[in-house]
Design a protein around this ligand. Sequence first.
Ligand code: PBG
Length: 325
Amino acid sequence: MNPLSFDRHRRLRQTAAIRNMIRETSLKADDFIYPLFVAEGENIKKEIPSMPGVFQFSMDRLGEELAEVTALRIPSIMFFGVPNEKDDVGSGAYHPHGIVQEAIRFTKESFPELVVVADTCLCEYTDHGHCGVIKDGDVDNDASLSLLAKTAVSQAEAGADIIAPSNMMDGFVIAIRAALDEAGYQHIPIMSYAVKYASAFYGPFRDAAESTPQFGDRKTYQMDPANRLEALREAESDVVEGADFLIVKPALSYLDVMREVKDRFNLPLVAYNVSGEYAMVKAASREGWLDEKAVVLEKLISMKRAGADLIMTYHAKDAARWLNQ
Ligand code: PBG
C-alpha cells in the first residue's frame, strides 16, 4: 500500500477520451455573436490596420461576408455604423435610412435566419465622438436618453432582433424598454451593456468605427476598472429596468466580474471580447510568439468557464472554422 495519502488527479487526465468525458465547459459556433462594421459608400472592403482580418464593408459588399458567416453556422451578427457625416446630436444613429438601419433591412431580407443585434449608441455618429449629447462640456444623461430610445426604435423598425445599448447612460434600459413597448416592439429583447469599463482595450475599435472622443474621455459614464461592487450595482439597475441579457465588457481582464454577475443574476450573460484583446493575439501570432488557434480557443473557453453564455468576438469566424473542423 502507498504509505502516502494524496489525491490522484492525473487519473482523469490519462487519455484524450477521458479528458473529453470530464470536460466541464464547451465552446461552439452557436455561442458567437460576430461584430461587423458597415460603412457608407460603394465597393468598400477596407481592413482595419490594428484588427487584421476585420473589415469595414459597404452595403454592396456586405452579402459576401454574411454568406461566409452563415456558412460557418455562426447564428448572430452585430452591426456598427461608419457614416460619412456626423453632427453634434448623432442624427445618423436614428435616421430611418441610416447605414445600420439599411444594413439590418438588407440582412433580414437576404439572410433571415441570422439573429441581428443592433448596437445602440451615438458615438459613431457624433462629431465630438461621445456616446450622448454634450452640455457644458460633459455628456448630458437625460437629453441623451430620448435620442438613444429613438435610435433603438428605428433599429427595431428596420428589423433588428435584439437591441444592445452600449452608451452607459443611467436609465438607458428603462428608457429604451418604454420606447420599444410604445412603438409596438414589446417582443424585442434588450441585451444591455450592463457592465462596461472605461477601457484602453477599445483602441482598435475606435479606429474601425472612427469614434474616438474629440475631447476628454469616457470616464464620466464608463466604469473605473478598479471597481467590482459598482459593477454589481450597474447590473442590478439593468435587471430592475428590464434587461433580457447582461453584457460584461471587456472580457479577459474582467472574468472575475463576469462570474459574480452570473452567480447573482439569473439572466443570460454575454462576454464582449473586445478589439484590443483581438489585436494583441493577432500581433503576437504574426510575430510567431503565440499559437493563434490555441490561444484564441483557450481565451474563449475561459469566458464560458467564467459564466458567459454567449461571446461577442472578432475571432468568431476563425474559431467557428476551427471548431467545425
Ligand atoms: C460604442 C462601443 C464601443 C465598443 C463597442 N461599442 C467603443 C467605446 O465605448 O469606446 C468597443 C468594442 C471593442 O473595443 O471591440 N460605445
